[in-house]
Design a protein around this ligand. Structure first.
Ligand code: F6R
Length: 613
């Protein structure tokens, strides 16, 4: 996730760009940059400080020339290429007269890059974005104007993008377009704007327009012309904005947690993008560990804390089923102090949204010392764990502000399952068609998550009936067990209610003594190979007076018959079901927290990144 801003018709554009980049920093802040057309030339500055990039950019631009024509700015959350000044946007073409900024991920950038290099283009970054600068350059050299050259370029790229392009030869023009990532346009007198989202523009105009998927806009002073990518004219929808700035940063949602829950389809889609080679095989470019390193692996350890640990537990079921490799999952704070048996044939995977959690990073250090290959799954490019590891696989959820992990948890499950499929490909334990079938199921996840999210009102209704409850058990079997743990953790940390996550089969070995009228049992009853057994466990607690809430696949009436309340979710492959089934658990915790009057973004006693023991 990155933030983009563009302005034309404002001779003093820099303060507008820098102010908007501050507003957009929540979308990413590992680097920032600006490009201005001044007196028929392009002027560019970029900073990559990691946390203060926009502030550094303000210093770098203090001496920038005045009298601006078109201007664009970018704040980056790295996906392709490290967060360095060379990889910071805007990117230029070989002439240095064109500049482009981009939010999104291109899927076919590698093929386009090789083609452009073979034609003699010089690339100076490791980003997917730079290929678009050079593609536009080659279309310009064939006599097209900037708009047509951009249109042609977008016909050649696959993936997600919001872009803005400027060129010194068309000094007042900005060409912008989008597919699958956001872009808004604004107009105020002679000044035309574009930005990733509304807050960046609120201080300047309230006359805002939405650009839809596969539309292209040409901004000139005082005018915006929109067409489809095919060239058909379009009248853009005007947005009616009633938000203040703080509400707008939350995209109109009450809090960051709601906003981030709604970003989950995009987080999962982004994590899936760009993982397949030309013949459909999995190619994890960024991972740094390839078939040579992974073919001889005979054991997998996955180590993490909190919600990341729950993602790891889901992956254990997938890796054992798909790759037939023993897979152990451990809590990082325990792993590092016991004597784990690791060899150079062990793959040790650390899972951490922040990539900075002390327990997990120390556990990875220990694994490395013991000779294992270390791979890190992180949401932050070049986090300290990512740098120290032998390999890295990034979730691409964008920055997560709410303390309770939501979108990162889902993206982690998907990334770890992609890792599982890659190991299955390398070890030959699944055929290409079996892998393709799972990947096709994964491609459907964003829309299934969207459906699950749309049922929040049903969850609210159930939550309103549970406001007096103080004791919750979350029960599941197979992948339902880590889902149960995650549901219980969310309820504890957000609603401050006692909640135990348990493997349902273990209940009869002790905890069932706690079940009495008034206890709420949330059962994860989405279908997997242990569903029948789970339903027997649920019958046991029901007969002891517990109130039973079940998460169930759409239309599963057998499950509905044993529940007091059902939270329906769309059905998917059992190993993928946690990505959909955890949604009502997040919503239940969220709603009970707000009903009890708690701040969901900043739960008491917790911090977003835990860098202490
Ligand atoms: C729970 C939550 C925490 C984190 C845990 C690990 O909602 O957010 O349990 O999952 O602190 O953090 P990372 O993934 O940054 O290592």
């Amino acid at each position: 996730m990155c933030g983009i801003i563009g302005v034309t018709g404002e001779p003093d554009a820099l303060p507008v760009i820098l102010g908007a980049l501050h507003q957009l920093e929540y979308r990413g802040y590992d680097s920032a940059g600006v490009a201005l057309v001044v007196d028929g030339s392009l002027w560019r500055a970029r900073a990559a400080d990691g946390t203060h990039s926009v502030a550094d950019l303000a210093t770098l631009t203090a001496e920038a020339p005045s009298g601006h024509s078109a201007a664009i700015g970018h704040t980056r959350w790295a996906t392709h290429g490290h967060p360095t000044p060379e990889n910071a946007h805007p990117h230029t073409d070989c002439t240095g007269r064109l500049a482009i900024i981009h939010n999104g991920i291109l899927e076919n950038h590698a093929a386009l890059r090789s083609e452009l290099l073979s034609q003699g283009h010089i690339m100076t970054s490791a980003t997917d974005t730079e290929v678009m600068a050079h593609l536009i350059e080659s279309h310009l050299s064939q006599g097209r104007d900037l708009t047509e050259a951009t249109r042609e370029t977008l016909r050649a790229v696959r993936g997600a993008f919001s872009i803005a392009v400027i060129h010194a030869d068309e000094p007042d023009t900005i060409v912008a377009a989008r597919r699958s990532t956001p872009l808004v346009l604004g107009l105020e007198g002679n000044v035309a704007f574009l930005a990733s989202d509304v807050p960046a523009l609120l201080g300047h105009t309230r006359q805002l327009f939405a650009l839809a998927d596969d539309e292209l806009a040409v901004l000139t002073p005082g005018a915006i012309a929109v067409t489809t990518l095919a060239g058909e004219p379009v009248t853009p929808d005007q947005l009616s904005i009633t938000w203040d700035l703080e509400a707008a940063q939350k995209d109109g949602y009450e809090d960051f947690m709601s906003k981030e829950m709604h970003e989950q389809p995009q987080a999962v889609a982004n994590t899936l993008l760009d993982r397949r080679g030309p013949s459909g095989e999995l190619v994890l470019d960024e991972m740094r560990l390839g078939p040579k390193d992974l073919a001889h692996i005979d054991k997998v350890f996955i180590v993490a804390c909190g919600s990341s640990y729950h993602s790891a537990l889901v992956a254990k079921y997938a890796i054992e089923q798909w790759v037939k490799l023993p897979t152990e999952v451990d809590i990082a704070s325990e792993f590092r102090y016991r004597d784990p048996v690791l060899t150079e044939r062990t793959l040790c995977v650390g899972v951490s949204q922040s990539g900075e959690t002390l327990d997990t990073s120390e556990a990875m250090r220990e694994a490395s010392r013991l000779g294992a290959k270390v791979l890190v799954v992180s949401n932050v490019v070049d986090s300290s764990m990512a740098r120290a590891a032998d390999g890295v696989l990034y979730t691409r959820a964008g920055p997560e502000v709410g303390v309770a992990s939501t979108k990162c948890h889902l993206a982690q499950i998907v990334a770890l399952e992609i890792l599982g499929l890659t190991l299955a490909q390398i070890h030959g334990t699944l055929s290409p068609s079996e892998i393709a079938e799972v990947l096709n199921g994964m491609d459907e996840l964003p829309s299934l998550i969207t459906t699950a999210l749309s049922r929040a009102a049903d969850v609210d209704d159930v939550a309103s009936k549970l406001t007096d409850a103080r004791d919750f058990f979350f029960l599941g079997r197979h992948v339902g067990f880590p889902m149960a743990l995650e549901g219980a953790l969310k309820l504890k940390e957000l609603a401050y209610l006692r909640a135990e996550g348990y493997p349902a089969g273990e209940l009869k070995h002790g905890p069932i003594a706690l079940i009495e009228p008034g206890t709420v049992v949330v059962g994860i009853a989405t279908r997997n190979k242990l569903s029948e057994k789970l339903l027997s466990n649920i019958a046991e607690v029901h007969s002891r007076g517990a109130t039973v809430v079940l998460v169930a696949d759409d239309g599963d009436e057998e499950v509905a018959a044993v529940a007091d309340h059902v939270l329906w979710v769309p059905k998917t492959n059992p190993l993928l079901s946690p990505v959909v089934g955890v949604i009502p658990l997040q919503q239940l915790a969220y709603r009970l927290a707000t009903l009890h009057g708690h701040d969901v973004d900043r739960p008491r006693n917790l911090a977003k990144t835990v860098t202490v023991e």
